[in-house]
Design a protein around this ligand. Structure first.
Ligand SMILES: NC(=O)c1ccc[n+]([C@@H]2O[C@H](COP(=O)([O-])OP(=O)(O)OC[C@H]3O[C@@H](n4cnc5c(N)ncnc54)[C@H](OP(=O)(O)O)[C@@H]3O)[C@@H](O)[C@H]2O)c1
Length: 258
């Protein structure tokens, strides 16, 4: 029996998680939820100051399992450094992502297209490829990729390249789930609807939209909260979630399109 088998099903104690883009927004909510369930969590971001501030805040909440990692994970050297710092990750949450401003297809430059694919699709692929071998060796692992509601429901006012990348993330995750299922590794996509975060504030500014107008299109009648995504993740990655894999889980207040 391994350490993973012997711990209670509802606890993540003894497990190590990596959360990319974990210093703010949805990523910070995911990190907090995993920490509350007992995991050791590497909060990743590009800036040393930003990551240090996020980890300090978590420590002040008594979540002492928080660790920080600052670096550009597009670079192989940074990913290997992260892997070395963690030892191994039992749980990988590919959350870093987003887009700068709404851009229709005809206004999208090739550079913007490639940047969106790099951040929202290639980066999760590279991290999965680096972190999977130790999961496979251990016979256990959990991967959660953060997509978007726009991958299944087109939205005017979005970025064509971002939607393409996040749609690719859905296909990639399903394929990956099938490939690693017999190794005890699961892979799922969580597709958030409109969630109030720092990123959303930038989006409102660049698109000229108002929060009330976005909320009016959501049957629940309001924007989502980051914790309403974060608090789902411990269940998705729990020891008892071994049969939940290859799933695309929409968390969007019943929004189907806008
Ligand atoms: N908020 C929403 O309504 C919503 C809806 C659907 C999907 N999502 C998805 O949910 C995830 C989190 O979004 P959020 O709203 O919490 O956004 P956020 O507050 O902007 O946080 C996103 C994180 O991604 C990282 N990131 C952004 N650009 C990056 C780049 N070029 N290279 C590396 N890292 C980068 C940032 O990390 P550092 O700056 O610390 O490096 C940032 O902390 C994203 O994948 C987003 O696409 C959000």
């Amino acid at each position: 029996m391994t350490a993973v088998d012997s711990a209670p099903a509802h606890s993540l104690t003894g497990l190590t998680a990596v959360v990319t883009g974990g210093r703010q927004g949805i990523g910070a909510a995911i990190a907090r939820a995993l920490l509350r369930h007992g995991a050791r969590v590497f909060v990743c971001g590009r800036s040393c100051e930003g990551v240090a501030a996020a980890v300090d805040a978590l420590h002040h909440e008594g979540l002492t399992g928080a660790r920080g990692f600052a670096g550009d994970l597009s670079e192989a050297g940074a990913r290997h450094e992260l892997l070395r710092d963690c030892g191994r990750a039992d749980i990988l949450v590919n959350n870093a992502g987003g887009f700068l401003e709404p851009t229709r297809t005809l206004d999208t430059t090739r550079a913007e297209w490639e940047e969106q694919l790099r951040l929202n699709l290639t980066l999760p692929f590279l991290l999965c490829r680096d972190f999977l071998p130790p999961m496979i060796d251990n016979g256990w692992g959990r991967i959660v990729n953060i997509g978007t509601v726009a991958a299944t429901a087109p939205q005017l006012g979005n970025s064509a390249a971002y939607v393409a990348a996040k749609s690719g993330l859905v296909g990639f995750t399903r394929q990956l789930a099938a490939e690693v299922a017999h190794h005890g590794v699961t892979a799922n996509v969580l597709n958030p609807g409109t969630i109030r975060t720092e990123h959303l504030a930038d989006y409102l500014e660049s698109s000229g939209q108002r929060e009330e107008d976005l909320a009016a299109r959501i049957p629940v009648g309001r924007l989502g909260r980051a914790a309403e995504i974060g608090d789902l993740v411990p269940a998705l990655v729990s020891r008892s979630a071994g049969f939940l894999t290859g799933a695309v889980i929409d968390v969007n207040g019943a929004a189907v399109s806008s």
